[in-house]
Ligand binder design. Structure first.
Ligand code: MSP
Length: 522
């Protein structure tokens, strides 16, 4: 079985996760579920990036011991992923001995090979972002990322010799197509590589919540060398049992947001080169969910937490919205209006009604028993079959390119075409005229298409997909991805449920828009 290893970034446990953080994880989970359906041996890694000054400060603010605080946050995030039906295979925490031990070894390896040297660091430092900036990087003398004040700092530190690898990195970019979207590669070359790669400071002495350097314990390993290596330490790299590492590395897909692209597209491949390890096959950089007034932030009172949407509208509506509306290649503004609109139109009307109408017709005309495939009896049968087949190919092609919005759009085109098929065949007229064969073929085609729609939705919204399969009486049939290309998949005497249940209840648009807006400001 071919393997497929996917990673999300490891998140900072500095506060409750908002939908921006959840977005990366939902994307990763969708890809995982899709690849699993396509027969891959999938492995999804997520986790927490628990070290650093910022975490230390937050823990103190919460009057909690550091370890106690990160344990609490780890549980909180595991609960959220459970709620969001994220099928992760491992959850790595950078405070775990399995990670710390290996980071120490990697550090010593780099030191021995001359990749890391000792020097002095001086720079403008942003404490909340834990990042040093050069003067030219500052915006109006402030942190270019968060806009807050920076301070001049100087300290003895270890550096990673990035310059040594600059040429090899460019060659890697030229020879490997490992960055999606392509423009991120150009961005890296123009903004960071051409102006000359700067060596990366990889230790700190100004805080101690980190992994101590084995040969020089007054230094702690600075976040990026600590954080990035999680993708291999979690698999057991350099540990007694490295079976998973041997099996799953290199990663097939690493998903990151645009703000951490630089670390993953420049430093990460260089660390891997220095370790003589293969680089990941694909790094997908996605854009950001924005709010009308800019970035989400507590102080602006414009933060959306996933729980808000999940508890009121259900997980699948939330996942659907994130993947249908939100950004892979450009920033998108979250709007309560479009959330409610997508819910009412796409989910409730288009999808919900199709399933509901069909289930009640099969009950009404055939006592719930789904007629078997008879061939192309109605004029529209052939067209529906061919259209659907082509669409399935498109859905697949977009998913392979990680273009989730387009892929969902194509699924919704199938839904619309299937709804139109009802208008074309007018089953109620066929019933009135006693044209039983035509009516049977219409019901068979409808159920068959709904089966396909449900399978296509499995990676995106698993519960809804299962619910649909259950309503059309096909939850126990083998609903494989390959079966999407087959027509005659409904067994004899297959039965739909007696009374269809609406998949999504229609929302009062005005009320709900108000509700979301109010909750955002709490
Ligand atoms: N700990 C580092 C990552 C280390 S990976 C070796 C980190 N953590 S984070 O918690 O700050 O951010 C994690 C991810 O959430 C990033 O990929 C980031 O881009 C993403 N997002 C944060 N806000 C976001 C939006 N508003 N929209 C979409 N994604 C966003 O960085």
């Amino acid at each position: 079985m071919e393997k497929y290893y996917i990673t999300t970034p490891i998140y900072y446990p500095s506060g409750k996760f908002h939908i921006g953080t959840a977005y990366t994880t939902v994307v990763a989970d969708t890809v995982k579920k899709y690849k699993k359906l396509r027969g891959y041996d999938t492995y999804l890694l997520t986790g927490l990036d628990e070290h650093g000054q910022k975490i230390q400060t937050v823990a103190e603010k919460n009057n909690m011991k550091l370890q106690e605080y990160v344990d609490y946050m780890a549980n909180l995030s595991k609960d959220l992923w459970k709620k969001m039906q994220i099928q992760y295979d491992d959850f790595i925490r950078t405070t775990e001995p399995r990670h710390e031990k290996v980071v120490q070894e990697i550090f010593e390896k780099f030191l021995a090979n001359g990749d890391i040297y000792k020097g002095t660091y001086e720079g403008m430092y942003c404490v909340p972002c834990e990042t040093y900036f050069t003067k030219t990087q500052l915006v109006d003398g402030k942190c270019p990322d968060c806009g807050r004040d920076v301070v001049l700092m100087k300290e003895e530190a270890y550096f990673f010799n990035m310059k040594k690898y600059a040429d090899r990195l460019v060659k890697l970019y030229e020879e490997n197509d490992f960055i999606t979207p392509e423009f991120r590669k150009t961005e890296m070359i123009n903004n960071f590589i051409k102006p000359g790669l700067e060596d990366l400071c990889v230790t700190r002495t100004n805080f101690d919540w980190g992994i101590k350097v084995k040969s020089d314990p007054k230094h702690v390993v600075y976040v990026w060398l600590d954080a990035l290596t999680n993708y291999i330490t979690a698999l057991g790299y350099l540990s007694e049992d490295d079976t998973k590492f041997k099996k799953y590395w290199p990663a097939d897909l690493q998903i990151v947001g645009k703000d951490i692209a630089r670390f993953h597209l420049i430093y990460w491949p260089i660390f891997l080169m220095a370790l003589d390890l293969p680089i990941p096959k694909k790094i997908l950089v996605h854009n950001w969910i924005m709010m009308k007034d800019g970035k989400m932030s507590k102080s602006k009172g414009n933060v959306i937490y996933p729980e808000l949407l999940i508890e009121r509208y259900g997980l699948d509506a939330t996942r659907y919205f994130l993947l249908r509306e939100m950004p892979v290649v450009q920033d998108e503004v979250f709007s309560p209006e479009s959330f409610v609109e997508r819910y009412n139109f796409d989910l409730c009307n288009d999808l919900g009604n199709l399933v509901n109408r069909t289930v009640s017709m099969v009950n009404k005309y055939f006592n719930g028993i789904v007629p078997t495939y008879l061939g192309q009896i109605n004029e529209s049968d052939k067209d529906l079959e061919e259209y659907t087949k082509n669409q399935i190919k498109l859905v697949e092609e977009y998913l392979e390119k990680f273009e989730f919005a387009s892929s969902l759009q194509e699924i919704w085109n199938i839904i619309s075409r299937t709804n139109k098929y009802i208008d074309e065949t007018t089953p109620w007229v066929l019933a009135k005229n006693g044209e039983t064969e035509k009516l049977a073929s219409a019901m068979n085609h409808l159920i068959e298409n709904i089966r396909k729609i449900a399978i296509l939705l499995l990676p995106y919204m698993e519960s809804t997909a299962q619910n649909i399969l259950n309503q059309i009486g096909l939850s126990n049939v083998e609903n494989t991805w390959d079966s999407l290309y087959e027509l005659d998949k409904i067994p004899n005497n297959s039965k739909v449920i007696e009374t269809g249940k609406p998949l999504f209840m229609r929302l009062n648009a005005e009320e709900e828009i108000e509700y979301i807006k109010n909750e955002m400001n709490k």
